[in-house]
Design a protein around this ligand. Structure first.
Ligand code: PMP
Ligand code: GLN
Length: 396
């Protein structure tokens, strides 16, 4: 295989690995972040209608994005970002946020360019940067001693400043963060924005969990592109999989000024060319409805209850979970339990509950520091969380 693959883990992504392990051991899978919740009737009905229609959605659609969907996205995001987005040249739809990240990085990163990643990060970031020949430069979010919540994880701005060199081109930020669930405060975002401005950097803001920010969050959701002077240098990434709990649809998007959207599209045209037509149609209709039917508010409440339920279970069994302000993951500090092997593998095999080891979100040289953390997904129906709770409580 090509030399560029040497930058990738030969075992593949941890999500596929632990889902396979969960299936093998018939474990309750709280590892990979896919919802097992009922998908709202209006969303499934829109999908069924788009497929059933004789002519709407069976052929390629516009390469940059199905017109109805980019229009709906412009309507949804313009007020949130605070400017009138042009759906035809500032929004591109992609095969999930994953392709949005990949195409954008391919489009912007030259060999030896440096991209700042905040650790823990989503695992596709360093892979996409390395495949483009770029260099991930790592800064770390760190928890306060005895921290109990995702907001106790902070970025040391001095560390970020120190990481910037003449080769730095992009800062990537994930808000709300996967795996911690941190929702960035305005002050924290402004510090990053000031650095981006001072050093003339682009910012990729992965905001796929933006609709899942809980009522007790320390900070509201603030879109990076909405900060003063930031629109021109921000690439916002979103995902319908997270927005509507349909990760299998694989529809995402890039929102950025026209030159950047165009650059991402030059890559995208030779990757998928266009994105699955009937689901873009259904996604557009669903977003139009969700803007007025209370879907987002209801869903956030549902997820918050599930979060609280899993928090209680993890607390009861002594796992020291940290309450996330957003997203659908909880990280837990399992330091009190000394097991020789990988705790996530151990838990899957002996207890029948699967999590993801925190090291998946860290560079190799930091794995030792985070071996006592695992990540649990709570985007699961009550019965699934109950079964996981039963197994954990019986064992610990
Ligand atoms: N970014 C983050 C932070 C994610 O958690 C995910 C999904 N796991 C993605 C991007 C990719 O999203 P999609 O499934 O739409 O490709
Ligand atoms: N984003 C999901 C997670 O963090 C999984 C994505 C994947 O399986 N690649 O669990």
């Amino acid at each position: 295989s090509a030399k560029r693959l040497n930058s990738l883990d030969p075992n593949g992504t941890v999500f596929a690995e632990y889902t396979a392990l969960a299936n093998k051991h018939k474990a309750v899978n709280l590892g990979q972040g896919f919802p097992t919740l009922h998908v709202a009737d209006f969303i499934r009905k829109n999908a069924a209608e788009a497929i059933a229609h004789e002519s709407l959605g069976h052929q390629y659609t516009r390469s940059e994005g199905h017109v109805k969907l980019v229009n709906a996205l412009a309507k949804y995001y313009s007020p949130k970002i605070g400017r009138e987005l042009n759906p035809l040249n500032e929004i591109m739809t992609t095969v999930g946020a994953s392709e949005a990240i990949y195409s954008t990085i391919q489009a912007l990163v030259d060999p030896d360019d440096e991209v700042i990643l905040m650790q823990p990060y989503y695992d596709s970031y360093p892979a996409s940067i390395s495949l483009a020949g770029g260099k991930p430069v790592i800064v770390s979010l760190k928890p306060k001693a005895n921290g109990v919540s995702s907001s106790d994880w902070r970025l040391d701005i001095a560390e970020l400043k120190k990481a910037i060199t003449s080769k730095t081109k992009i800062i990537m930020i994930n808000n709300p963060n996967n795996p911690i669930g941190k929702v960035w405060s305005r002050d924290e975002l402004m510090q990053v924005a000031d650095i981006a401005k001072e050093h003339d950097l682009l910012v990729i803001a992965d905001e796929v969990y933006e609709t899942l920010v809980y009522s007790d969050s320390e900070s509201p959701m603030i879109k990076f592109a909405s900060l003063p002077d930031m629109y021109e240098r921000t690439i916002t990434i979103g995902s319908m999989g997270k927005m509507f709990g349909v990760t299998g649809w694989k529809i995402g998007w890039v929102i950025a000024p026209p030159e950047i959207t165009r650059a991402s599209w030059l890559v995208h045209q030779f990757l998928p060319f266009s994105v699955v037509t009937p689901l873009q149609e259904a996604g557009a209709n669903s977003l139009e409805m969700a803007m007025t039917n209370g879907y987002f508010e209801d869903t956030t409440k549902t997820y918050q209850k599930l979060r609280d339920k899993l928090m209680k279970t993890l607390n009861d069994v002594g796992f020291h979970p940290m309450k996330p302000d957003g997203g659908y993951f909880i990280i837990a500090n399992i330091a009190p339990f000394k097991v020789q092997e990988d705790f996530s593998a151990y838990l899957t095999k002996t207890v029948g509950v699967t999590s993801i080891p925190m090291r998946a979100f860290y560079q190799k040289n930091s794995h030792g520091e985070v071996q006592h953390y695992v990540r649990f997904a709570f985007c699961k129906d009550e019965a699934t969380l109950d079964e996981a709770g039963k197994r954990l409580t019986e064992y610990f």
